[in-house]
Design a protein around this ligand. Sequence first.
Ligand SMILES: C[S@@+](CC[C@H](N)C(=O)[O-])C[C@H]1O[C@@H](n2cnc3c(N)ncnc32)[C@H](O)[C@@H]1O
Length: 244
Amino acid sequence: MALPAELVLDRFLRVRDELRERVRDSRERRERDGGRPGRLRSRLLDGGMLWAAWLRAPRRVGAVLPSSVPLAAAMAAQVPAGPGLIVELGGGTGSITEGLLVAGIPAAGLVVVERDPLLARRLRQRFPDVQVVCGDACRLPELLAAQGIAGPVKAVVSSLPMLAMTPAQRARLMRGVGRVLEPGGTMVQYTYGIRCPVPARTLARARVHAQRAARVWRNVPPAFVWRFESGTAFAPRLEGTAAP
Ligand SMILES: C[S@@+](CC[C@H](N)C(=O)[O-])C[C@H]1O[C@@H](n2cnc3c(N)ncnc32)[C@H](O)[C@@H]1O
């Protein structure tokens, strides 16, 4: 049965007014928030930035989508509780950074290292209270020293694309991590591969214990979270180790 023309017009006008109201609300909300983009826009912007970074250097970036909230939560869950400095490597768009902050790690106790200058700028924008260092994580001790960060690090939380690194880069990274970690410190790393991202020989020489701590299906692609621990700082024994 056809609807009378006035009824159709009335519905059309009501829908139009409702849409106008929503647009007005969202504009007002943006103005109130100082022009900051809303959550959805922010996520799209981050996704676009990571994608652009991947196009610039696919092997260095190693992912086209930001990490999911469940992956960030799984990484944060592996960080030992209590005070101490946390260093995040390969911050990207800040999904893991956000997860660490949500888990209760204070912004003042977090340093994020990111090599891509545009992503580093975005991280500073998103987390003004977190110290963001733009540089190569394979030079971690030098990077931290240049920032005047001398204290030992309680945990290193890494999103670095380890599987895309050369053996020499991986060995250098692990040596550096070991040099800055306090004795008994923890390193947390996620990977898309099934196997441990650090070769067994490297782990054995360093007497580092590796544990697959979580599997996260709700991430694209699904990921595994690994935790590395040693009774003492694990760097010196990694000297000269070449990952196969
Ligand atoms: C897999 S992405 C991280 C994605 C991040 N979890 C997110 O949700 O946006 C890896 C990041 O590590 C950075 N990266 C790669 N090699 C690096 C290095 N040697 N030093 C510092 N950052 C590095 C890349 O620029 C990229 O932002």
